[in-house]
Design a protein around this ligand. Structure first.
Ligand code: SF4
Ligand code: SF4
Length: 309
């Protein structure tokens, strides 16, 4: 299986302290993605400017001429790069790093159960991405092993996957973290690269299986943060009688902007600030007005409303 990384002691990916595995590859391309390095299934590399001593060993060793020194930056051309990894191997300071790692199910299982001691206090393991279910076959093997260990398991999914895959893994999953980003199909295509009908249909079907669900909506400036969007998602949840434990409105931040730089990608949200606290509270109020559910709340840092007084 191909993963991005393993993050320990996470408090944002389900109940309690969690160990989260981020998988490579995603069918969506959300404009605001906080893990841009997980979108492609392909292995990639990143350049960490602060670690680079500009020795140019990487430039000189590349057999394809795919890496150059331009304007004091080490710039890589993805179209020429064959991922031979020679530049990564020769870099004396680890300023060039491989993004992604291939690992067997057994290796990953052994790594994850090292944290078993703190799972007994209400935490567990979360499989996130990317889209975990692109690698259903291997994920299923892993889930069976973890279930046998009695560990609480959460899956963070985009929902944009054939339902048979969700159904196949659901007996081994304690909690689904399910994203509903935009109610409008057109906006979903514009901002995420795909329509959202499959996501909605899958949630309706998932709701019929006996499992816990947390809905998550990222609140992103000028895309998902409209009153209309939150009200429409709330109406969808209500009309379809979706039973969920929580609905989290997750406030945007731009803390991942360096990831985009390292990947040589211009990110449209690089200079976008935090969402105003009042705005987030207003959206939460709109959601609760449609759906009288106590567990609808906002998470993440906000800024206080700026006034002219
Ligand atoms: S991975 Fe290989 S081909 Fe790609 S930039 Fe490095 S040395 Fe060149
Ligand atoms: S080999 Fe490493 S330290 Fe040297 S220029 Fe390349 S990235 Fe920088």
């Amino acid at each position: 299986m191909r993963i991005l990384n393993i993050q320990r002691m996470s408090t944002e990916d389900g109940p309690g302290l969690r160990t989260t595995v981020f998988f490579k590859g995603c069918p969506l391309k959300c404009a605001w993605c906080h893990n841009p390095e997980s979108i492609s299934y392909q292995l990639d590399k990143e350049w960490i400017e602060s670690s680079c001593i500009l020795c140019l060993d990487c430039v000189n060793i590349c057999p394809e001429g795919a890496i150059q020194f331009i304007d004091n930056q080490i710039v890589s051309d993805r179209n020429l790069c064959t991922m031979c990894k020679k530049c990564i191997d020769i870099c004396p300071t680890n300023a060039l790093k491989l993004i992604g790692k291939d690992i067997t199910v057994d290796q990953l299982h052994k790594e994850l159960i090292k944290d078993k001691a703190y799972f007994s206090h209400g935490g567990g393991i979360t499989l996130s991405g990317g889209e975990v279910l692109i690698q259903t076959k291997e994920v299923l093997e892993l889930l069976k092993l973890l279930k046998n260990d009695g560990i609480h398991i959460a899956i963070d999914t985009s929902g944009y996957i054939d339902f048979s895959r969700i159904q196949e893994i659901s007996p081994y999953v304690d909690l689904f973290l399910y994203d509903l980003k935009l109610d409008s199909n057109e906006k979903h295509i514009e901002f995420c690269g795909t329509g959202n009908q499959l996501i909605k249909d899958n949630l309706i079907k998932l709701n019929k299986l006996a499992t816990d669900i947390w809905i998550r909506t990222p609140i992103i400036p000028n895309s998902t943060d409209s009153k209309d969007n939150i009200e429409s998602i709330a109406r969808f949840l209500k009309d379809e009688n979706i039973v969920f434990e929580k609905w989290e409105l997750c406030a945007f931040n731009n803390l991942c902007k360096d990831k985009y730089k390292r990947l040589y990608i211009n990110w449209q949200y690089e200079n976008s600030g935090l969402i105003e606290k009042n705005k987030l509270e207003e959206l939460q109020g709109i959601a609760r007005a449609v759906l009288p559910h106590e567990e609808i709340y906002s998470v993440g840092a906000t800024k206080l409303e700026v006034t002219n007084e």
